[in-house]
Design a protein around this ligand. Structure first.
Ligand SMILES: Cc1ncc(COP(=O)(O)O)c(C=O)c1O
Length: 445
C-alpha cells in the first residue's frame, strides 16, 4: 500500500523557531511611532506587549529556543501530519504530486495556537493577568481563549461583527474556554464609538477590531494585547510548521517545487515557507515557487501598495512597511473572515517585494469550488481561508497536467471548516457572490 501520511514523533517537535530576519539581504524598515513617525523603541511597545515577545520582534538571531513549557503544550497536536492528496491527484489526472500540511488538528482547529500558546506563556511569565485581542473568523480568538485558559489568564475578544453573526459556534467555543466575546465595533472603546457614529451599519473589519483591542490594552492595568498574525514574533512562532515540513520531506526523500498557502496577515504561510525561503536565499533552491494566495475581495499583495501604513483602522498602532490596501479599507463580508485584512506581515511583504515570493488572488466562488472538490476526494472539510490554498494547488496541478510535468506541490491546510458550515450552506444554495475568474496563467508572469 502507498503512504498517505508522513507522521513525525513528538520528540521531533522543533526545539527552536527559525527567524528569517537573520538571513535578510537588507534589514526590515523599522516600525514607526504613530505620532512622532520616528522608529519605535522596545520601550514604546512595553505598554501592550511583554519584553519576551518584544525581544523576538526585533531579534536577528537565526534560531530562538522554544521553552519546554510551550513544547509540552504543542504535544497536544504537534507534530502535525503531512498528507499526500492521492485521491485529489487521481481525480485531476495530474502527473504532479500534491501534499498538504494539516494544521486543522489543533484544539481550536487551525494553526493559530502555535503562536497563541507562546504569547500566553510570555505574558504569564511577566505577570500579565488579562489579554485582549481581536478575531476575524474566530480562529485566532478561539486559539487565544484556549491558550489563556491553560495559563490562567483572563481573555477579552473583539470579534468582527459580520463573523460574530455568521459564526455563533465560534463565539460559543471561545466562551467555553472562558473568554468574553463582543461584536466589534462596540461602544466599549473610543475607537468603536467613533466608527459607530460615522458608519452605524458597518460589518466591521480586522482593522477596526484591532483598534478596539489595542485601546483596551493600553488603558487597563495588567492587561496586554495579543495579535494573531502580521508581527515578526507571530511569524516566528509559526515556523514550527515549515521546520516540521522540511523534516517530513526529508523522510520522503523529496523537496517541493511549489509551496502555496493562504494569506490574511501572513502567519501560516510565512511560517510554512520561510524555512524553505532560507534555502532560496542561500542559493540552494533558486527555482522554488513560493506563492501567497489571497481573496480578490481583499487583494493586499496583488493590488496593494508597498508602503508604511497603520496596522489598524484608527491609527493607534505603529506604522509598518508592508503591502496595504489602506488602513481604512473595509473588505466585503466574505466568509473567509481571517483573510479580510488590509495589510500583511512586513517580513512576507519584503520577501515578496524582493522577488522571493509571488501572489495570486481568487474569487469566493473559485475557492468554494475547490473546497468542495477537496472535501469530496480527501474527506477533510477545509476552512474557507484554507480553501484559497487548495484552489491554487489544484490550478498548479492542472497546469502540470497540460505540460506533463511531475512537480511536487505542497500547501498548508491551515484549518478545518466545521464552524464554517453556514458558508458551505450558502454555497450549496448559490448564495456566494460570483466573481470574475482570472485564470492562474493570466495572473502569473
Ligand atoms: C484557518 C485560517 N487560515 C488562515 C488564516 C489567515 O491568517 P494568517 O495569514 O495569519 O495565517 C486565518 C485567520 O484567521 C484562519 O483562521
Amino acid at each position: 500500500m502507498k503512504r498517505t501520511k508522513t507522521i513525525l514523533d513528538e520528540n521531533d517537535i522543533p526545539k527552536q523557531w527559525y527567524n528569517i530576519q537573520a538571513d535578510l539581504k537588507t534589514p526590515l524598515d523599522p516600525p514607526l511611532h504613530p505620532q512622532t513617525k520616528q522608529p519605535i523603541t522596545p520601550d514604546d511597545l512595553k505598554a501592550i506587549f511583554p519584553m519576551g515577545l518584544i525581544k523576538q520582534e526585533v531579534s536577528t538571531d537565526r534560531y530562538i529556543t522554544i521553552p519546554a513549557e510551550i513544547r509540552e503544550i504543542y504535544r497536544i497536536w504537534r507534530p502535525s501530519p503531512l498528507y499526500r492528496a492521492r485521491r485529489l491527484e487521481q481525480v485531476l489526472k495530474t502527473p504532479a504530486e500534491i501534499y498538504y500540511k494539516w494544521e486543522g488538528g489543533s484544539p481550536s482547529g487551525s494553526h493559530k495556537p502555535n503562536s497563541a500558546v507562546a504569547q500566553a506563556y510570555y505574558n504569564k511569565k511577566e505577570g500579565i493577568e488579562r489579554l485582549v485581542t481581536e478575531t476575524g473568523a474566530g480562529q485566532w480568538g478561539s486559539a487565544l481563549a484556549f491558550s489563556t485558559q491553560l495559563f490562567g489568564i483572563n481573555c477579552r475578544i473583539y470579534m468582527v461583527k459580520c463573523s460574530y453573526e455568521q459564526k455563533p459556534y465560534r463565539r460559543i467555543l471561545m466562551q467555553t474556554w472562558g473568554a468574553e466575546v463582543y461584536p466589534s465595533p462596540t461602544t466599549l472603546t473610543n475607537a468603536g464609538r467613533e466608527i459607530l457614529k460615522k458608519t452605524p451599519q458597518t460589518s466591521g473589519s480586522l482593522g477596526i477590531s484591532i483598534s478596539e483591542a489595542v485601546e483596551d490594552a493600553a488603558t487597563h492595568d495588567n492587561t496586554n494585547y495579543a495579535l494573531g498574525s502580521v508581527l515578526n514574533h507571530v511569524v516566528l512562532h509559526q515556523t514550527v510548521i515549515g521546520l516540521e515540513l522540511k523534516k517530513q520531506f526529508e523522510i520522503l526523500g523529496k523537496y517541493p517545487d511549489i509551496i502555496c498557502g493562504c494569506v490574511g496577515g501572513g502567519s501560516n504561510f510565512a511560517g510554512t515557507a520561510f524555512p524553505f525561503v532560507h534555502d532560496m536565499i542561500r542559493g540552494k533552491k533558486p527555482d522554488l515557487k513560493v506563492v501567497s494566495i489571497e481573496p480578490l475581495a481583499c487583494p493586499t499583495l496583488t493590488q496593494g501598495d508597498y508602503r508604511y501604513d497603520y496596522g489598524d483602522t484608527a491609527g493607534l498602532t505603529p506604522l509598518l512597511k508592508m503591502y496595504t490596501l489602506g488602513h481604512d479599507f473595509v473588505p466585503s463580508a466574505i466568509h473567509a473572515g481571517g483573510l479580510r485584512y488590509h495589510g500583511d506581515s512586513p517580513l512576507l511583504s519584503k520577501l515578496t517585494k524582493d522577488g522571493y515570493m509571488d501572489a495570486l488572488a481568487y474569487t469566493q466562488q473559485e475557492i468554494f469550488q475547490a473546497a468542495m472538490l477537496f472535501a469530496r476526494t480527501e474527506g477533510l472539510i477545509p476552512a474557507p481561508e484554507s480553501a484559497h490554498a487548495i484552489r491554487a494547488a489544484i490550478d498548479f496541478a492542472q497546469i502540470c497536467k497540460k505540460r506533463n510535468e511531475k512537480k511536487i506541490i505542497v500547501f498548508t491546510n491551515s484549518g478545518h471548516g466545521h464552524f464554517d458550515l453556514g458558508a458551505y450552506d450558502d454555497y450549496h444554495h448559490n448564495k456566494i457572490p460570483n466573481g470574475e475568474y482570472k485564470k492562474i496563467e493570466e495572473q502569473a508572469s
